[in-house]
Design a protein around this ligand. Sequence first.
Ligand code: ADP
Ligand code: MG
Length: 632
Amino acid sequence: MSSQDDSSSKPTTNGEIIIGIDLGTTNSLVAICDERGPRVLPDAAGRAILPSVVRFTDDGPPVVGGEARRLAVMFPKETIYSVKRLMGRGLDDVAEDIPHLPFDIVGGENDTARIRVGERIYTPQEVSAMILRELKVQAEAALGTPIRKAVVTVPAYFDDAQRQATRDAGRLAGLEVVRIVNEPTAAALAYGIGQGKGAKAETIAVYDLGGGTFDISILQVTPGGEAGEDSFFQVLSTAGDTHLGGDDVDRMIMELVFEEIRKEFGEKLTFPPCTQQALRNFAEAAKIRLSNEESAQLQIDLGDGRVYDRMLTRDELEEMMEPWVQRTMVACDRAMRDAKLDAGKIDRVVMVGGSTRIPLVRKSVGERFQCEPYTALDPDLVVALGAGVQASILAGTNRDMLLLDVIPLSLGIETMGGAVAKLIVRNTTVPTRATEKFSTSVDGQTNVKINVLQGERELVADCRSLGEFELRNIPTMPAGIPQIEVEFLVDANGILNVSAVEKRSGKVASIQIVPRYGLTREEIDTMEQESYTYARQDMHAHRIIDLAVNSCLDIKWIRDAMERVGEGLDAEYGEKLESKIARLQEFVDRSHREPAKIDADEFYQAKEDLDQESVRLHEQAITRSLKEEPAG
Ligand code: ADP
Ligand code: MG
């Protein structure tokens, strides 16, 4: 593998690293981008997400992040969150937010919004600076070097005062904010949109649905030069709702639970605040579960032997969420109208924010914009990753990033026995599409795992897994009968969509991946070189695996047929079959122990011999079943 010298792969100007920061309403993150692609920088405990929460204490420095959030209920007046809503705003501007925030908000100079904690007054910039400083320290610890410069993201609709306040917060934290970037632009950058050799002009929508806010932005992307430094993102329009998000769904579930509890156990039941908080967490957990599963059990012990217990299905939740999703669609329509575009003119939709993990949201967005939304990157990280990309562009190190108009390494899936079936070979130009048919190898198999692989070698162990997903609930069928079609679709930005459909039942599943991230150019060269070095050995290994898999299926079918024919099988023929089965079984067994030592041609011959010998048996078996079931 290539050199592990990290210092050469960090974004720097004159040896100086620039970090990218997503300074969020709820959560904040820091990221950088090197030739492997963008990545977030976690804290010492491995957590990348820093809650944007600050608690002021009487006797020490403020507490920032997870601990401040956890104890927020205990210190409602000292714990500051959602400070982003106050940045650069006047008291009038935030009148709508004040009732939602338990801490004191007062007017400062020129009636700007300030925060009062005890005797002290803080500006939103000062509070944001505490969050930024925490991220700076986190990045310095992760990279082992001092940081002085940052790119910070803001919503596209932020005005000059809000942007200036963000810059000032950076300065207070000891960071020069070298660029303020719009969050939707950052999301697009994270996906490599508008960058690389093959980049085309595109119109994209960025759909950002978080916990408490919803933003839709429509951008015109004009690609820049070879390395993409000059690509240009113009905001055509923005729309949204500053009080719409995943929290609403939590509330819907809570209300359902309250109502049903009252109905079942008495109208007079009341719920103290701490119970309400616990129920909110409970509701959120159920919501998140239903993004992956079809149903979730809601069970609450109310004491005195009273237990509230019911199943909530995804269908039910989707019915409850429908009007909520529609509200986001109305905003999308407004944004398109403002940009004077209709849905057909939008080339891509990028999904941002935790609530875009909800399947109904994905489906509705896909339908409205008539395209498969981009979900390959973690929606919590995508803005920070893009800030990291912008930082590396400004530092002049983005040149090394892999932005190719071809697939750098072959793409395929794992098949039986640890072999790789390649669907798209390296150096194919994008966009491209390939399909292949597979089946099951075990009787009654209802779930099939699809492992997406990248690399030139023939065995799974020598390739890199990009991700896996499961095709579930296939009806029970004998091995080899289900028809699973796997499709690989790589679009012009190099984003890979893998989908699998079982044709007989119509069951589908899919995954989206950014295949170019995580590898350096040298690593790709090494992988290619190794594929030549090991070509002969790999081919042999692959052939032995295929022979073993097919032999097992053959032996199984022959044994099934022998059983069906039963008494009707003449003894001498039965013995012949048994000896040929034994010989082939021997090869199969050896293929697990010492595959390299097997002569593949001999193995093949043994399989052929058995297949030839069994022709008569299969005829007998068919005749037999026709007799038993004359009707059909
Ligand atoms: P914000 O932009 O407000 O900071 P985030 O982007 O962090 O918010 O999103 C947080 C929201 O995403 C919360 O409402 C959370 O419940 C929701 N969320 C996170 N994961 C899932 C999931 N798997 N399914 C549904 N909602 C989710
Ligand atoms: Mg967000």
